[in-house]
Design a protein around this ligand. Structure first.
Ligand code: FAD
Length: 659
């Protein structure tokens, strides 16, 4: 092989891997920031990062052609560069048809390398620290490129040597090529019969690899090493995955178990008890397999988002929860074969999704609007839960979370309402607003409010998305406007802002949230980073600037009244606590009296039984005495007869003697 060709190959391979190397380096950088709690580094990187996400990651291209409308600008750019580079490699320094065929074959082989990176998309994405969707695009694009190059190779060879017949090498070449081309057709059945697609996809991939290896072997080509690279990469990553499954599921004393509960006919909730601790992160998914469902389900695993977990999951004591809709395969089998509340063996592969070492991006946003429908709520709840948790630890900048959930079916509401209520009760600074649109006519009233402070609102009908987004962005504006400058017309440089009241400043702070009041007893410079973050997130909501005017009489009266009311409230709260204690004591007493009553009732019933026995005994003895009395009368009667008779006999003998 010429030096030029080798150089071209290396350049092509490097440029293929470059985006992933960069992504990997970037993830490592963020991990380091996170480890050192270097919030300055994190936040300074945030502005650029947010812009990058806003313009290059989140938008979608408005071009409904070959699935381009599903790509973000950065993905489209990468695909474009990749295609251009491949095209250039096809043409550069190619003079003859044989050279073109051999170049296409080489490029096809190089493009096979990323396809054998891992056994499943989820594991591959996790290995490369990239989202599942990006990995899917990467896998599909490389697959298409490998197939196109393979087709070019076959066409040129057939056009040039088609009339010379096929030898063994040609035969294996055709088999390999057909397998690669078949891989393009198989996704068509993916939606209908996923398991068939999965098995045939893997089978074609390995038969194709074997056939290409044979083809190259007969050709005595040095490119055979690329096949070995594909195979060894696959073996290494699959072994890693297997080790992780074993680690997660097998322990000396326990193994993974699940307990199902059914919510209506359509939703299943599964509690997974893992043998080892698992610190769950929002956005994580797992692949769940339940061998007990039948022989076809032993190796079948299905992906589900982790929908809920308790705070002590990290110690391994609490389960993690999945929630899913009943469909036609695996999920329907669970609905039909498993009993609710009963424990079953399971195996779990995961977690997949965001790396646990990198902090959640969402908590860096001030205002989050989440929109979902039906069972999609299972993927949103974890993010809210995590943001609320991070906010309690003063690690999140989020000031408002608006969740809009449109119900698909009647069972949807009951599937998640309990968790939503729990989130509302965890939300100490009232940043969470939940609006549920019934879609189907579930309730008759136009709207209903639920939860602490009516923070869950249920509306009948469907959502007006445009109006909703507009409404949310107006709220966002309002919050930003609550600055001293906007409300009071005062201009204060950031360096001159004072927290603690001082003589000569024209503003004061009105603090609504009592838990924040202590922060205003100190100067700004004396506070910690946590306090700054709290102040930063609460400004305009729980406290805001007001004119520092001399207090007017009504204000004084009002504040006195408020103080008085607060004292009354305090007394009432204390009384309530006392009453609760008394109620608890009385309940205890009632319980002990009831226990005494029960034991007395028991002894009375025992005595009654003994009395009954004695009465029966006495009755028996009376019957016996009656019997003896009758017998005695009978015997004495007989004796009287005998005495009378004997007296008669004695009278007769006397008469005979005298005569
Ligand atoms: C990352 C991810 C997270 C998910 N999280 C949830 C969740 O939290 N709740 C929920 O209700 N659903 C979730 N799903 C969808 C869920 O995995 C499928 O609905 C489930 O596997 C269907 O199983 P089934 O055999 O009953 O489906 P079928 O009736 O056989 O098929 C229904 C649909 O599911 C797809 N599907 C089937 N098996 C798989 C599989 N192994 N991998 C991917 N797709 C498959 C099929 O292509 C088809 O479109 C998630 C899917 C993915 C990819």
């Amino acid at each position: 092989m010429s030096a030029r060709m080798q150089l071209l190959e290396t350049v092509y391979l490097t440029s293929l891997l470059l985006p992933f190397i960069l992504l990997f380096v970037y993830s490592c950088f963020r991990f380091v920031c996170y480890c050192f709690h270097n919030s300055i580094l994190l936040f300074s990187s945030t502005t650029a990062y947010v812009l990058y996400k806003k313009y290059l990651i989140y938008p979608r291209l408005n071009l409904p052609l070959l699935g381009i409308n599903k790509l973000s600008p950065i993905q489209f750019l990468i695909v474009l560069i990749y295609s251009g580079l491949t095209c250039a490699c096809n043409l550069l320094w190619v003079k003859t048809a044989d050279q073109a065929a051999s170049r296409a074959a080489k490029l096809s082989l190089i493009n096979l390398l990323p396809l054998y990176l891992a056994g499943g998309h989820e594991f591959g994405a996790r290995l490369l620290f990239i989202p599942l969707e990006t990995y899917g695009i990467f896998h599909r694009t490389a697959g298409w490129m490998a197939s196109i190059e393979c087709a070019i190779h076959i066409i040129i060879i057939y056009a040039k040597h088609g009339d010379q017949g096929t030898d063994d090498s040609g035969f294996y070449g055709i088999v390999g090529g057909s397998m690669i081309l078949a891989l393009l057709v198989l996704p068509m059945v993916k939606r209908r019969v996923y398991e068939v697609f999965l098995v045939t996809h893997l089978a074609c991939a390995f038969v194709g690899l074997y056939a290409i290896w044979k083809h190259l072997h007969f050709q005595k080509s040095s490119s055979v090493r690329l096949i070995w690279v594909c195979l060894s990469t696959f073996v290494v990553t699959s072994s890693l995955q297997l080790c992780r499954i074993l680690y997660r599921n097998v322990h000396t004393r326990r193994s993974a178990r699940i307990v199902c509960s059914f919510i209506g006919d359509e939703v299943i909730r599964v509690a997974i008890h893992m043998p080892r601790p698992w610190a769950v992160r929002a956005g994580e998914r797992v692949n769940l397999g339940i061998p007990g469902l039948g022989i076809f389900y032993i190796f079948q695993a299905h992906p589900f988002s982790v929908a809920w977990w308790e705070s002590d999951t990290a110690n391994g004591s609490s389960p993690i929860y999945l929630m899913f809709r009943v469909r036609n395969g695996f999920t329907r089998k669970i609905r039909g074969c498993l009993n609710p509340g009963q424990e079953y063996r399971a195996w779990v592969d995961g977690p997949f999704g965001p790396s646990s070492s990198v902090p959640n991006d969402m908590s860096l946003y001030g205002h989050i609007l989440m929109a979902t429908s039906g069972i999609g709520i299972a993927a949103q709840i974890p993010y809210i839960k995590e943001i609320l948790h991070r906010r309690r630890a003063a690690e999140a900048c989020t000031e408002r979370i608006s969740l809009i959930w449109e119900l698909d079916r009647s069972g949807d509401y009951s599937s998640a309402v309990e968790w939503l209520q729990e989130l509302i009760s965890q939300d100490q600074s009232y940043i969470l607003n939940i609006e549920i649109y019934t879609g189907v006519n579930m309730i008759t009233e136009k709207s209903v409010a639920l939860g602490d402070h009516d923070l869950i609102k249920i509306h009948a009908g469907s959502i007006d998305w445009e109006g909703k987004v507009q409404d949310e962005s107006n709220r966002q504006k309002g919050r930003q406007l609550v600055a001293a400058e906007e409300t009071l017309g005062l201009s204060v440089k950031p360096g001159n802002v004072r927290l603690k009241a001082e003589d000569g400043i024209q503003y004061a702070w009105h603090v609504d949230d009592i838990s924040l009041r202590h922060l205003f007893d100190k100067h700004l410079s004396k506070h910690s980073v946590g306090a700054y973050q709290r102040l930063c997130s609460e400004v305009g909501q729980s406290f805001w600037a007001i004119y520092n005017e001399p207090t007017k009489k009504e204000d004084l009266a009002r504040s006195e009244e408020i103080e008085h009311l607060e004292q009354e409230k305090k007394i009432l709260v204390e009384k309530l606590a006392e009453a609760n204690t008394k109620i608890a004591e009385l309940l205890d007493k009632i319980e002990s009296v009831e226990a005494q009553r029960d034991s007395l009732e028991e002894s009375i019933s025992k005595s009654n039984q003994t009395l009954l026995l004695h009465q029966e005994e006495a009755q028996r003895w009376m019957t016996i005495s009656d019997y003896y009395q009758n017998s005695f009368l009978y015997v004495s009667d007989a004796l009287a007869h005998v005495v009378t008779y004997l007296q008669g006999v004695e009278g007769n003998s006397y008469t005979l003697g005298t005569s």
